[in-house]
Design a protein around this ligand. Structure first.
Ligand code: ANZ
Length: 869
């Protein structure tokens, strides 16, 4: 009895939720999505196998689709970041169904300045903040139902990873691409570090927008200039956006021209200038040196010395920004000495001026005011006379300056009358014969400064002996780990934090004393090769195995923001080329196809005083006007980028929680082509939500949860699905998945219009098409179909083109040119059949009139010319 009572007590009454769970089969995205994400995780559905792994299928072709891995910031991801990740996920999922072995990994770009600055700002160690941030990022990405192989996750700040960054550095060092140099570098006082040229924009740091100045410091430098020509040439073969290629071309900045030698009057020395226009040689009125040019001292005469020294001092003290701004005024001072024109023998005065850059060409120019705008302004400022040497056409008055023109040479001695191009060749030929010049190619790209006086980066695997000699660390010593440091801020004088840890940097080896390099590598190091590590991330013995790299070879599709046009994409290409030369990788380029996803903008709101109003405090009132929720006051809406500072960031976690992940995925794609910039509008989610709900209700019986399938395969439905499949297939060409979503929506409309349920086979095909976009929904319906093979690797449906061919046409029936009816008729119908059909259908109009003429246009119309009876 007792027992019975106890048993009774343990049976809890059914709660309302239980009832819902068991008997409510309406569309419940969150429930479905959690379920499938758990299944994918537990079954390791998206685990990618390498050659040699048990179960590896050699018949499958490899496809490597990669997202630019994120720096795990403290703010987490917003819906704009999600766009590219959803796009690549759609591609990865379809590629798997197409039978490819898909590599689709994710990891963290965790070393570098942003991570370190964030740690300093929040008063925590970067290891701690990085771990917290990556955890949040991982969870946000998992919420989006992305099909990454999480077993391949990497973190560039993990010693297991950076051991191999250091190893690659050693290989690059041995190849002779690394050197140390005392050089004028960008110093950022606020960040207390040297920055690469690419990291400084208009004299301010790219990160944080802090002022920078030039300083002479000893740095580790990569000889990227040695690869300039190949970096430029190989761009041609890449399937990359034209705008990115152009930015790389401009950054490399190849100029074909000549170096011209000017002997110094009354001296044995000479001065070289770089010009792209040797055809303008007879128009030279001055030579100008950059203030830092090494010959400035020796070319300055006593009478000019004070003025020159003042000018040099002033320009050295200026920040690059001021210098650039002031350079527009094109001031300069004469040095007092003269060069001898190599062909005319005329004496040419020598100046220094700010507008000439020390580190481009030879750091000196020849001034041709008639044809170069900066030279023109400079000549005006210092009072130099000039005349034209190129005549563009007959009406070009020779007293008039025209910049950058091509034409025929005038005022140029024996070269008069020659066209610019021929003149360039002939003048260079003559200069070469006289040993006064030669053809020269200049590149704007500078060697890559690779040291940072910061803590949060890879230590260099180098040792400095007591006489200053450099030795490489033994590969067996790797990784050279960062020492734990409580106070990791840069020194007040800009010295490296690691220089405060003697127990770390002092090394004793085979009875010799060494010091470690106390600078660290820049944040770019880890991202220069992470795509290679993803191919074989758990390898303890090598950076990646030969088998893995020979199988995956390179990234087939790389998707990320256009902001990485030069730095990351140029550095990674450079490292890859060196590794290619070393025989470590089999391809000369890392990223075969590059695609830039567009930016997601958002509405921002301002109140009447112009102050920003957080977007979650804004609602639309009955008249459709945006108002502040808390006060009801009207606010002004504007489109801007999504940013924490603009208070308009939308967290994907919130959207997934409120609407579901598949709704979010569909909406993000529906916003527009993946490459376009487009505004986020939370209200827009309703369209996708309604569609999925409507589709669910059409397919699933709400009472039983069973599929509502028809036993017969309706032809119209089949045609609607094929039409949809064709559009979805086409959308993969330019990644305009908005048309995929539209096609699916139209397909459902068509099918509902056909008024017949789909057969099981048709449901299956529709789910296959839907799966890349809304994988949870499709997986759930797939389960109801009870197909043994999972949808994730089920073959992509074949398109039956024959069903798309229109077999009927719209036959227009006219009387005296006026349309009376439109009917459908078989394509290719004969004239006799057509007219008969037309007469039958128009009998009510033709019975009381006399037909005088019958006109038939094949596959279009029939017209009867009539008169009253
Ligand atoms: C004479 C001349 C005449 C020039 C003319 C141009 C037009 P890109 O195309 O960018 O390579 N130049 C050379 N070295 C320079 C330096 N260190 N700082 C500033 N300017 C420099 O430009 C090459 C041209 O820029 C060169 O050709 C030189 O001016 C100038 F009608 O020489 B030219």
């Amino acid at each position: 009895m007792r027992l019975f009572r106890d048993t009774l007590l343990t049976i809890e009454p059914l709660k309302r939720e239980d009832f819902r769970m068991n008997f409510d089969h309406s569309y419940q995205p969150q429930k479905i999505e959690k379920k499938w994400q758990k299944i994918w995780e537990e079954k390791k559905t998206f685990k990618t196998l390498n050659p040699g792994d048990p179960g590896f299928d050699p018949s499958k072709k490899p496809f490597y689709v990669l997202d630019m891995f994120p720096y795990p910031s403290g703010s987490g991801l917003h819906v704009g970041h999600a766009l590219g990740y959803i796009g690549t996920d759609i591609i990865a999922r379809k590629k798997r169904m197409e039978g490819y072995n898909v590599l689709h990994p994710m990891g963290w770009d965790a070393f570098g300045l942003p991570a370190e600055q964030y740690a300093i700002e929040t008063g925590q160690h970067p290891r701690t903040t990085t771990d917290i941030n990556t955890k949040n990022f991982r969870s946000q990405l998992k919420n989006l139902g992305l099909s990454y192989d999480w077993d391949r996750e990497i973190d560039t700040s993990d010693p297991h990873y950076y051991k191999w960054t250091q190893w690659i550095f050693l290989q690059l060092y041995k190849k002779g691409t690394v050197y140390q140099k005392e050089m004028a570098v960008w110093w950022c006082e606020e960040l207390k570090t040297v920055l690469a040229n690419e990291e400084v924009i208009n004299g301010r740091s790219e990160r944080g927008n802090h002022p920078c100045e030039r300083r002479l410091l000893k740095q580790w430098v990569f000889k990227i200039t040695a690869y300039a020509e190949r970096l430029l040439e190989d761009l041609k073969e890449l399937d990359w956006p034209a705008s990115i290629k152009k930015q790389q071309e401009d950054w490399i900045g190849k100029s074909i021209g000549a170096e011209v030698v000017y002997k110094i009057d009354h001296s044995d020395s000479s001065l070289k200038v770089f010009t792209t226009r040797p055809d303008t040689l007879f128009g030279v009125v001055a030579l100008v040196l950059a203030p830092e040019h090494p010959l400035v001292q020796s070319l300055t005469t006593e009478s000019c010395r004070v003025e020159v020294e003042n000018y040099v001092k002033k320009s050295a003290a200026k920040s690059e920004r001021d210098r650039k701004a002031e350079a527009e005024q094109l001031t300069g001072v004469a040095l007092g000495s003269f060069g001898v024109h190599p062909l005319s023998g005329k004496k040419i005065p020598i100046y220094i001026a700010d507008y000439v850059l020390a580190d481009y060409g030879t750091g000196a120019v020849m001034v041709v005011p008639a044809h170069d705008e900066r030279d023109f302004k400079f000549a005006k400022n210092v009072g130099l006379k000039f005349s034209a040497v190129i005549q563009e056409n007959e009406d070009h008055e020779l007293t008039e300056a025209r910049f950058g023109i091509e034409g025929r040479l005038v005022n140029s001695g024996e070269f008069n009358g020659l066209a610019s191009e021929e003149a360039r060749r002939k003048i260079i030929e003559k200069l070469r014969k006289e040993n006064l010049g030669f053809e020269k190619i200049s590149y704007k790209i500078r060697d890559w400064i690779f040291s940072r006086q910061r803590y949060w980066g890879e230590p260099f695997p180098l040792l400095i002996d007591e006489s200053g000699g450099i030795e490489l660390c033994d590969e067996s010593e790797l990784p050279i780990e960062l020492p734990p440091m409580k106070d990791f801020k840069p020194g007040a004088d800009g010295s490296s934090p690691l220089a405060r840890v003697p127990e770390w940097y002092q090394v004793q080896k085979s009875n010799k004393k060494y010091q470690r390099v106390t600078d660290t590598m820049p944040g770019w190091a880890g991202s220069c090769w992470y795509y290679l590590r993803f191919m074989d991330p758990l390898n303890q013995k090598e950076a990646f195995s030969k088998a893995a790299i020979n199988y995956w070879k390179q990234v087939d599709l790389y998707v990320g923001g256009a902001s990485h046009a030069v730095m990351h994409l140029l550095y990674a290409r450079f490292w890859h080329k060196v590794l290619f030369d070393l025989g470590i990788v089999p391809t000369p380029e890392p990223f075969k196809k590059l695609f830039n996803q567009g930016m997601v903008t958002a509405f921002g709101y301002k109140d009447m005083t112009g102050r920003l109003v957080p977007s979650d405090d804004v609602a639309t009132n009955a008249e459709g006007v945006p108002v502040r929720k808390s006060t009801g006051e009207k606010v002004e809406k504007f489109v801007t980028k999504m940013a924490k500072s603009l208070k308009n960031v939308v967290n994907p976690d919130d959207v997934v929680r409120d609407r579901g992940c598949d709704v979010m995925r569909l909406y993000e794609m529906f916003m527009g082509p993946l490459a376009d910039e487009k505004p986020w509008d939370t209200d827009g989610l309703i369209g996708s939500e309604k569609f999925l709900r409507r589709l669910w209700n059409f397919l699933v019986d709400e009472q039983s949860g069973n599929l509502k399938a028809s036993a017969e395969k309706n032809l119209q439905n089949e045609k609607s699905i094929m039409k949809c499949l064709k559009r979805v297939n086409d959308s993969f060409e330019h990644f305009n998945f908005n048309t995929s979503v539209a096609a699916l929506m139209e397909c459902l409309n068509d099918i509902q219009g056909n008024k017949t349920q789909l057969s099981r086979e048709q449901i299956q095909m529709l789910m296959q098409i839907l799966y890349p976009l809304a994988p949870h929904f499709a997986s759930e319906v797939w389960e109801k179909l009870q197909i043994a093979k999972a949808i994730d690797s089920f073959p992509w449906p074949k398109l039956d083109e024959s069903l798309l061919v229109e077999k009927e046409f719209e036959f227009v029936l006219q009387v005296n040119g006026k349309i009376k009816k439109r009917i459908s008729a078989p394509i290719g119908m004969s004239e006799a059949d057509g007219l008969r059909m037309a007469e039958e259908n128009l009998s009510e109009f033709l019975s009381q009139v006399v037909v005088i003429k019958k006109i038939f246009v094949a596959n279009k119309l029939a017209n009867f010319v009539v008169k009253p009876n």
